[in-house]
Design a binder for this molecule. Structure first.
Ligand code: BGC
Length: 536
């Protein structure tokens, strides 16, 4: 039987915003547990829960101060065990985030490390002497705030932070650090989790020679909002040793049977390298479809390129997550109706080869929440406002029922507001069969029941923009998938077009061998396995 994660669909939960069970305005583990039935009825294979560990929450939990405990905001270890047990009883796998590249500056080990150069944690973080002129040792930048180096007056040295000043990077060149991190991972495996999403998986090691990163080529008339993107990070991250540590993690996971790791990686070549063979990552989480571009050529190029360089690798695609503008808002800029776009993108994402991550609320066609500066909590948005409004807009609470206070998320004011456009798309209000939510359920069922969609290979047709067309082929099935990515109607001749009218997921009309697709329309049909289909 194929492993659950191969071609599986994973539902990402942002715990602060899923369900508040104790009315403190912040979601928690007991809240998630109370909603697991809803998630299982969607038809996904598992959940990935963003960080729930003890943390000062400077980066909303991606700054861990105790790797083996639950932050009191979310509950405790007993709540976690109950969640895992309930999920398993519903047939859902449970994956949790592991933020290994850096800790919080409040972690006891960093607190010890920064005291002097002699303590037993002195070499656990990346400490370097200043240049003779007092400046940091090189040009490395942080993603969240200016240079990647922060001065510590006790040691009279700088420490490295790829993210916030309060997220010091571990020194992975120290074997004790690596062993200890693996022990932490083991702690959760022993508690029964089915796998991990590895945060910033290529950020573990740095170049010990501390060489300067070279400049990246960018449009000088339109420079990036964040200077981080003016550099090619060839020395600060993605070092060759990094993949060896991934192999060590894999060895550990393999002792636990049916577990899996999804690594967050920022480019296709690294995705291929990190999933090569069967001793590295099970799945590589891609950024390629999380950006502003929504075109047939971009999607085709991304997928074809990945499978060309990694024929056996397994990508994990997603259109939305807790770090980017929700895709319906991001891509509706092309003038499409949010409703049509939400259904079409569900159909598209769930027909891609590889595994899939859905982000909570996308099954409702949820839009990005428009935030005021005064409402922001995300350091990235606060730093780069107004050009980059940060990540709060995609992290606002889940809408359960628009007739209830705060859409049923909490009885008190939540940590981020629930505004009207989000309220209108609540779960309870989407009971009708034409809703986006019903469509996601249908589409998930369609994928699960189709050998081609869940495990078939992809063959693209040479259709022109705005049409994206490909077939997914398994040994016994050929599903042809055609999408009109624009808001204008298109018609196209298809040799071998089969009757599409009996398919429940139809947003299209067939007249002989001519297919018409309305604004953001799409269709699937079953092709003959031994007869060519021609789409132009
Ligand atoms: C997470 C972000 C986080 C960063 C630092 C990521 O890629 O997805 O939410 O801010 O890592 O841990």
């Amino acid at each position: 039987m194929k492993e659950w994660w191969r071609g599986g669909v994973i539902y990402q939960i942002y715990p602060r915003s899923y369900q508040d069970s104790n009315n403190d305005g912040i979601g928690d583990l007991a809240g998630i547990t109370s909603r697991l039935e809803y998630i299982s009825e969607l038809g996904v294979d598992g959940i990935w829960i963003s960080p729930i560990f003890t943390s000062p929450m400077k980066d909303m939990g991606y700054d861990v101060s105790d790797y083996r405990d639950i932050d009191p905001l979310f509950g405790d270890l007993k709540d976690f065990d109950r969640l895992v047990e309930r999920a398993h009883s519903l047939g859902l796998k449970v994956m949790i985030d592991q933020v290994l590249s850096h800790s919080s500056d409040q972690h006891p080990f960093f607190q010890a490390s920064k005291q002097d150069k002699q303590n037993d944690k002195a070499d656990w973080y990346v400490w370097v002497d200043p240049l003779p002129n007092g400046a940091p040792p090189n040009n490395w930048l942080s993603i969240f705030e200016g240079v990647a180096w922060e001065w510590e007056s006790r040691r009279k040295q700088y420490y490295q932070h790829n993210f916030l000043v309060s997220q010091p990077d571990f020194n992975f060149h120290n074997p004790e650090v690596r062993e200890w991190l693996k022990e932490n991972v083991k702690f959760w495996l022993d508690r029964g989790v089915d796998g991990f999403r590895l945060d910033t998986v290529n950020y573990y090691f740095h170049d010990p020679q501390l060489r300067d990163n070279p400049p990246r080529i960018y449009d000088k008339d339109n420079p990036p909002v964040n200077p981080y993107y003016m550099q090619d990070h060839v020395y600060s991250i993605s070092q060759p040793e990094n993949v060896d540590f991934v192999e060590e993690l894999r060895e550990l996971l393999d002792q636990y049977g049916k577990t899996a790791m999804i690594g967050e990686i920022s480019n296709l070549d690294l995705m291929a390298e990190y999933t090569a063979g069967d001793n590295r990552l099970h799945l590589a989480y891609s950024f390629e479809l999380l950006g502003p571009v929504f075109s047939a050529s971009h999607i085709r190029k991304t997928i074809e390129h990945f499978f060309n360089i990694a024929p056996q690798g397994i990508p994990c695609w997603s259109f939305s997550n807790h770090d980017v503008i929700r895709h319906v808002s991001r891509w509706a800029a092309h003038g499409s109706s949010p409703e049509a776009l939400a259904k079409q993108t569900a159909a598209l994402l769930l027909s891609l080869e590889g595994s899939i991550c859905l982000f909570q609320g996308e099954e409702l066609g949820q839009l990005e929440t428009e935030m005021e500066f005064s409402e922001l909590t995300d350091p990235l948005g606060i730093r780069f406002w107004p050009e980059n409004k940060g990540r709060d807009g995609c992290r606002t609470p889940m809408s359960w029922d628009s007739s209830l206070e705060n859409a049923g998320f909490s009885e008190v004011d939540p940590w981020l507001p629930v505004k009207n456009p989000q309220l209108e798309r609540a779960v309870e209000q989407q009971k009708n069969k034409d809703s986006v939510l019903s469509f996601y359920r249908e589409m998930l069922k369609f994928r699960k029941n189709s050998s081609a969609l869940s495990e078939g290979r992809t063959v693209f047709y040479d259709s022109d923009e705005p049409v994206l067309s490909f077939s997914r082929q398994s040994d016994d099935q050929n599903v042809v998938c055609v999408f009109n990515l624009s808001k204008e109607e298109v018609s196209l001749p298809i040799e071998g077009l089969k009757d599409i009218n009996n398919h429940p997921l139809l947003e299209a009309k067939a007249d002989g061998e001519v297919l018409s697709l309305g604004p953001n329309g799409f269709c699937f049909f079953f092709g003959d396995l031994d007869k060519d289909i021609v789409i132009q």
